[in-house]
Design a protein around this ligand. Structure first.
Ligand code: PEP
Ligand code: MN
Length: 337
């Protein structure tokens, strides 16, 4: 159950109602969002009835939610989250948003050339990792801080917003200085200390589904960020482990349709990691948009075979251009832009 507080209550009033509830053994978690303050009731209403809480002078309304992810679920509180990245660039609107770029920032020249070319191909946001979560500790781990710097310069030169991965809670302030959107990778979906800290940020977070996570686990991970007050979350399906050896992961498009019904948060798809094969990325991009995705996260490289990381799944810029044209046709067919 959610207790929606009246608008613009001073801190002293919020403290007062919290104390009133505590005294009646009602356990709550207060949530301060940009436009709304509320409290999530944990468990039962203590010694109070729902009506008694509703009558409190600081309460605007009570919303009952029969889901464990109280803030992430579709409800009277929220029907659709729209995330404004820039003027004319909103995630969660009709327009399909394309985030594209290399797996990793490899050099200043590489990221500058890539930024110009992915923009010309029709991408809206540049992606690239400076901190890479590699399976083997001997593999390229990313350029780190200097990589973030190159990425930001290349993006600004081309007036593109940036999305880049945050691996470590200790790097949040640093990465926040360079990025417009935090990416939480599949391996960190259940890194709860990281999620809690990102909840205190106001920059959007693209939260990738853990490669073995259920939909419920993904939504509860998003809930950790929402509880902190950060409402700007984009969920991302990026493929799950299955028994199929022919692809790196199995892209689960059920997740897109399911999540669009279950949550108000925008849903993206990463068909690059989801397939692990460049030859499948275009087809699965089309399918993702047909399934209702709000956007795509694509790995594209100037010279895919030479990509330092994830070369098997990187598509060329020419292929990206084709992909974006095709996706626009599908978007039109499903009443999107
Ligand atoms: C990536 O986007 O480069 C990445 C590491 O993704 P994931 O966390 O989905 O493996
Ligand atoms: Mn990658």
């Amino acid at each position: 159950m959610l207790i929606i507080l009246k608008k613009n209550l001073p801190l002293s009033d919020k403290k007062q109602i919290r104390q009133f509830l505590v005294n009646k053994n009602v356990e709550v978690i207060p949530v301060d969002m940009a436009d709304q303050s509320l409290m999530v009731i944990v468990g039962k209403c203590g010694e109070l009835t729902k009506n008694e809480i509703k009558k409190h002078k600081f309460v605007s309304e009570i919303i009952e939610i029969d889901r464990p992810y109280k803030l992430a679920s579709l409800s009277k509180l929220k029907t659709k989250t729209k995330i404004k990245i820039r003027e004319n660039l909103v995630i969660g609107n009709k327009k399909i948003i394309i985030m594209a770029g290399p797996c990793s920032v490899e050099s200043k020249k590489q990221i500058f050339d890539t930024a110009g070319q992915i923009k010309n191909a029709g991408s809206h946001i540049i992606r690239a990792g400076a901190y890479k979560p590699r399976t083997a500790p001997y593999d390229f781990q990313g350029l780190g801080k200097i990589g973030l710097h190159f990425l930001r310069l290349a993006a600004d030169f081309n007036q593109l917003p940036v999305i880049t991965e945050i691996l470590d809670v200790r790097d949040i302030d640093l990465v926040a200085r360079y990025t417009d959107i935090f990416q939480v990778g599949t391996r960190n979906m259940q890194n709860y200390p990281l999620l809690k800290e990102l909840g205190l940020q106001r920059k959007p977070v693209l939260l990738k589904r853990g490669m073995c996570a259920t939909y419920k686990e993904l939504l509860l991970a998003a809930e950790y960020i929402l509880i902190g007050g950060n409402q700007n979350i984009i969920l991302c399906e990026r493929g799950i482990r299955s028994f199929v050896p022919e692809t790196r992961f199995t892209l689960d498009l059920n997740a897109v349709a399911y999540l669009k019904h279950e949550t108000h948060l925008p849903v993206f798809v990463d068909p690059s990691h989801g397939t692990g094969r460049s030859s499948l990325v275009r087809a699965m991009s089309r399918a993702s948009v047909a399934a209702g995705a709000d956007g795509l996260l694509i790995e594209a490289h100037l010279d895919p075979a030479r990509s330092i990381s994830d070369s098997d799944q990187a598509i060329s810029i020419q292929e990206l251009e084709k992909l974006i044209k095709e996706v626009k046709l599908i978007a039109k067919a499903v009443d999107r832009l």
